[in-house]
Design a protein around this ligand. Structure first.
Ligand code: ZN
Length: 121
């Protein structure tokens, strides 16, 4: 399952932050999901729940936000937001385009409780 592997990567990333910042508890995790990422939010949620059964992530909530995609025109080179259809270039009308972002999923931020001596951001 694509979402499970993805969530494992994101959790590894979160794990590093948790170690660095001396996080004692994670309350909420915010993910940014590209419009064209093809991930299923329900599957992400399930994967997240299966990985937050214990430890500092236990009981954490997952919040998923979306960001628009962008594309580059193969004909004129223009870069533009491709958040809706049609996806063709607004400059020259070409359908020869490449998606340059909007397929990725990343950890946007976490709401955490940290050890006092390290402060909070
Ligand atoms: Zn163009």
């Amino acid at each position: 399952m694509h979402e499970l592997a993805l969530m494992q990567d994101l959790m590894a990333c979160a794990g590093e932050i948790i170690l660095q910042r001396h996080v004692t508890k994670v309350n909420r995790v915010f993910l940014s999901v590209g419009r064209f990422s093809n991930v299923l939010p329900d599957a992400l949620q399930l994967a997240f729940e299966s990985m937050t059964q214990d430890g500092v992530m236990k009981g954490a909530e997952l919040e998923i936000g979306y960001f628009p995609a962008s594309a580059r025109c193969g004909a004129c080179g223009r870069e533009y937001a491709a958040d809706g259809f049609p996806l063709g270039c607004p400059g020259c009308g070409s359908d020869d385009f490449m998606i340059i972002s909007g397929e990725e999923v990343y950890l946007q931020r976490m709401e955490c409780e940290v050890d006092d001596q390290d402060g909070q951001d």
